[in-house]
Design a protein around this ligand. Structure first.
Ligand SMILES: Nc1ncnc2c1ncn2[C@@H]1O[C@H](COP(=O)(O)OP(=O)(O)OP(=O)(O)O)[C@@H](O)[C@H]1O
Ligand SMILES: [Mg+2]
Length: 506
């Protein structure tokens, strides 16, 4: 087995003031199942792009290993899936069976091959691209966030699939998922990059232990420096008093004055010097520890600009059915969503939940039967599943969305944005950072009701917790789609499982 050698890698994008990687060295064995973790914007995707040779590494990365990247770029999603997959896997049509073999393991039906790629649900697209990635055992796979858009069952299928593979780096913010598939962790923290042998749990334990011991040590050092500083001040005072006393004595016993005073001053100076250098040493030690403490992320409380509605009935769906491409997606929905309720819609990948949301939000061309009634004058804040088209500056975005820029920036800081990122063009932001911009907009705009389509996608673990805590504190009225089991369990007041229509009622 070969390996990937990284020697003293330093990297930053043009215009950045600090390095994303700073003199970083690591040896990765080709057989590892390495989990790459860290908060949004820390440089996980950048690291994969460096390995792929897309960014200048100035010779810091040495390897003979061939890399593949997920998600592979799909140039024409209107093409049939079979054509898209053979193109990204770079194989001829005679070798399609290789992809089918992997699709089987991922529980993906062959009939998707003859459908345009764009008509596959995001979850099906994920599995199809993964199948195309793994047809080649001789390459090292760089898998960037495979779990977004996968439902709980899909995540389990992909976890089982990856557990039987070797030689990859996987980026994921889903702890439960990543814990099942990796044997090494590379953690990009605020102040350093660290490698751990084991899974996410091992990392979490070790990381907490490090933070605790650093904090303990800092407290200890601070007490020490306090008493040293006090000592130094005492020594100084003592030297001064002693000097004064000696001068008075010298008046009385003229003759020995110079010798005694000189001796005393010399002694005091020596003590002072020793005390000062001890203080300095301690300060240097504290400075070093401070870098480590920078590794600890804050999790400030978020705020929501929620205006509790006066009305009791917020959204009503009556005998509601949605159709896409002349096909009815769902059995009739009856819903009476009341103030303070949070209804979570659940259905497997590919069901058409987002289409149903679009119909609820007013796209009448999608409604096959029944009615949507919103209570009068309800202001709804909608968070799309896909990214809004984000370009330009944060100031432009704030203006377009009608939220105050300082409020938006303040929320982004709480969501873990470094200030230096505020100046970047939105196009350059990482996936999670883009998601946070849309999320921050929804948190800041005044709303009586929230429709959030997979809000947790791409968000790091700390942010997920912040969102959950916020919802539990504010108790807003919401309609939510999400696949994260723990989150749904925590925030839902009721759940609605969508079903396909009965054949007879079509
Ligand atoms: N092409 C680019 N030009 C300038 N800055 C960039 C570019 N791509 C990324 N960045 C910046 O580099 C930093 C690291 O981005 P990267 O995409 O590697 O983060 P990440 O760890 O993958 O985050 P996420 O978890 O959100 O996917 C971010 O601050 C991002 O805004
Ligand atoms: Mg990324």
């Amino acid at each position: 087995m070969g390996n990937i050698q990284i020697n003293n890698l330093s990297f930053r994008y043009d215009g950045m003031t600090t390095n994303i990687f700073d003199d970083f060295s690591l040896n990765i064995d080709e057989s590892w199942r390495l989990g790459l973790i860290g908060r949004n914007g820390r440089g996980k995707t950048t690291f994969l792009r460096l390995l792929l040779g897309e960014l200048a590494d100035h010779g810091a990365i040495q390897t003979s290993v061939q890399f593949n990247y997920f998600p592979q770029p799909v140039t024409d999603p209107t093409q049939n899936t079979v054509d898209v997959l053979t193109a990204v896997a770079n194989i001829g049509s005679a070798d399609v069976w290789k992809i089918q073999l992997e699709m089987d393991k991922l529980k993906l039906n062959d009939d998707i091959l003859d459908r345009p790629f764009a008509t596959l649900s995001p979850g099906e697209q994920t599995k199809a691209l993964l199948a195309a990635l793994f047809i080649d055992d001789n390459t090292f796979q760089l898998i960037d966030e495979p779990t977004n858009h996968l439902d709980a069952e899909g995540r389990q299928t992909v976890a089982d699939y990856l557990r039987h593979k070797r030689g990859f780096i996987v980026v994921s913010h889903d702890r439960y998922f990543i814990d099942q598939v990796i044997d090494h962790v590379l953690s990009i923290d605020r102040a350093k990059v660290q490698l751990f042998v084991g899974n996410y749990e091992t990392w979490q334990r070790e990381f907490n232990r490090q933070i605790q011991s650093e904090q303990h040590e800092k407290a200890h050092l601070q007490t020490e420096i306090k008493s040293l500083t006090a000592n130094a001040a005492q020594v100084k005072q003592w030297a001064g008093t002693a000097e004064g006393k000696k001068s008075k004595a010298a008046y009385r016993h003229q003759g020995n004055v110079n010798l005694d005073k000189g001796f005393l001053v010399h002694k005091a100076a020596k003590v002072m010097k020793r005390a000062k250098s001890t203080v300095k040493r301690t300060e240097t030690a504290i400075d070093q520890k401070r870098t480590l403490l920078k590794n600890v992320d804050d999790t400030p409380e978020l705020t929501l600009n929620y205006q509790p509605p006066h009305q009791d009935h917020i959204l009503m769906l009556d005998d509601f059915q949605v159709a896409q491409n002349h096909q009815i997606l769902n059995a009739p929905i009856f819903l009476d969503l009341r103030r303070g309720q949070r209804v979570v819609l659940s259905a497997p990948n590919g069901f058409g939940k987002t289409t149903i949301v679009h119909a609820i939000l007013g796209d009448e061309s999608l409604i096959a039967s029944g009615h949507v009634t919103f209570s009068k004058a309800i202001h709804t804040s909608y968070l799309t599943q896909s990214f809004e088209t984000l370009t330009g500056s944060l100031a432009d975005y704030a203006e377009q969305s009608g939220v105050e820029l300082p409020t938006l920036l303040n929320t982004l800081r709480k969501l873990g944005f470094e200030r230096s990122t505020f100046a970047e063009d939105l196009t350059d932001l990482s996936m999670g950072q883009k998601r946070k911009v849309s999320l921050a907009r929804s948190l800041c705009e005044p709303a009586n009701f929230y429709i959030w389509d997979e809000p947790l996608n791409y968000l790091d673990v700390i942010t997920r917790q912040q969102i959950q805590d916020l919802i539990l504190k504010v108790q807003p009225t919401m309609l939510v789609i999400d696949h994260d089991r723990e989150f749904v369990k925590a925030v839902a007041t009721s759940r609605m499982a969508l079903r396909r229509p009965n054949k007879a009622s079509d």
